[in-house]
Design a protein around this ligand. Structure first.
Ligand code: SF4
Length: 342
């Protein structure tokens, strides 16, 4: 809690968002959503389904957007994002952010945007693939400024991020500071709130992602989960059932055990693997069962929500309205500071 000028306690504000890429996987769950569920109890939270950001790269695949937004929303709600505690909204419903984005674009030097590490990586990937650099649109180039507008639209105190996204918050701080220097003190310089979560690899040992087909979705059914876990990477040196294994060399299965198992279960798997009293197939079946048990309440809740889409869309509508109100307040204040017609 912090105190405002009238001495009242005010909850500090958090803004974060996610692109609607479709059904979310365990990397989203452990890396982001579990943290958001905790944060909503302590902070005033604004969580955005960032459909404009999705457009920066998927501008020609808009036919999937509606379903993807719904899938993200269902996943958020089923894991415990609570619309009575946090504001859940659709980015494109909040035109105030686009307006603020224009003002911020005017004061952001081009080379600040060019140093964005994600853009640099993307440009390199395109170059390596001999792709046409003109596919890197004006909108995509400017997405770090749009992200800053998302955050500053709510004058957020903190932005929960992984270490790889700290640069975005730094840019937002730079833009806020520049605005304050030019027009007068107005924006809070938001701080990154680092999420300390282990990076969950995909089942093949690579980065987890929908497009790599190596993820377990929150919404997968039990059989699908079981089939996916069967394919997971294990200790490559353990070729036969009676070979002794080493859990530390087990590609990913043991890492998943560390997330889903109790300490006793983890110790048991470790001993069983080292002494070859458990085979990889059996270890994976047990793990799949464990994952299914652990996710059963969320999956059940998701099914219930799917049967009550009126409620689900109402959550988004109500949240977008709240987000519009708050961001309008912030925008009005910013425009006043700019003093264009005074
Ligand atoms: S028994 Fe389990 S922990 Fe050991 S290598 Fe096989 S899958 Fe990995």
């Amino acid at each position: 809690m912090s105190e405002n000028m009238t001495g009242e306690n005010k909850r500090q504000r958090i803004m974060s968002g996610m692109r609607p890429t479709g059904k979310l996987h365990l990397g989203h769950y452990f890396g982001v959503l579990k943290n958001w569920v905790k944060l909503q109890d302590e902070y005033e939270c604004y969580f955005s389904i960032a459909d404009w950001h999705a457009l920066t790269t998927k501008y020609n695949q808009t036919q999937d957007m509606k379903q993807n937004v719904l899938d993200v929303l269902l996943d958020w709600l089923c894991v415990g994002i609570d619309p009575n505690k946090a504001v859940v909204y659709l980015q494109s419903d909040v035109a105030q952010t686009a307006q603020l984005h224009i003002y911020l674009s005017m004061i952001t030097p081009q080379n600040w945007v060019e140093r964005d590490p994600t853009l640099k990586d993307l440009a390199k990937i395109m170059k390596d693939k001999n792709e046409n650099m003109s596919d890197l649109s004006y909108g995509l180039f400017g997405y770090p400024v749009l992200m800053s507008a998302d955050i500053l639209s709510f004058n957020a105190d903190f932005v929960p991020v992984g270490i790889d996204q700290v640069a975005h918050v730094e840019l937002t701080r730079d833009i806020a500071r520049r605005f304050n220097n030019i027009y007068g003190e107005y924006f809070i310089e938001p701080k990154p709130k680092l999420t300390q979560t282990p990076l969950l690899k995909g089942l093949d040992g690579n980065k987890m992602g929908k497009s790599f087909n190596n993820d377990i979705k929150i919404s997968d059914d039990e059989k699908t989960t079981e089939n996916k876990v069967k394919m997971a990477l294990t200790d490559k040196n353990r070729l036969r059932r009676d070979d002794k294994g080493n859990p530390d060399n087990c590609g990913v299965v043991y890492d998943y055990w560390k997330l889903f198992g109790s300490q006793n279960e983890i110790d048991e798997i470790c001993d069983g693997c080292k002494n070859a009293t458990i085979g990889c197939a059996q270890c994976k079946m047990k793990l799949a069962k464990k994952i299914n048990e652990s996710l059963a309440p969320q999956r059940q809740k998701r099914l219930e929500l799917q049967n009550d889409l009126g409620y689900v869309y109402d959550v988004l509508k109500k949240g977008s309205k709240q987000a519009q109100q708050k961001s309008q307040e912030v925008l009005d204040g910013a425009v006043k500071m700019i003093k264009m017609y005074k």
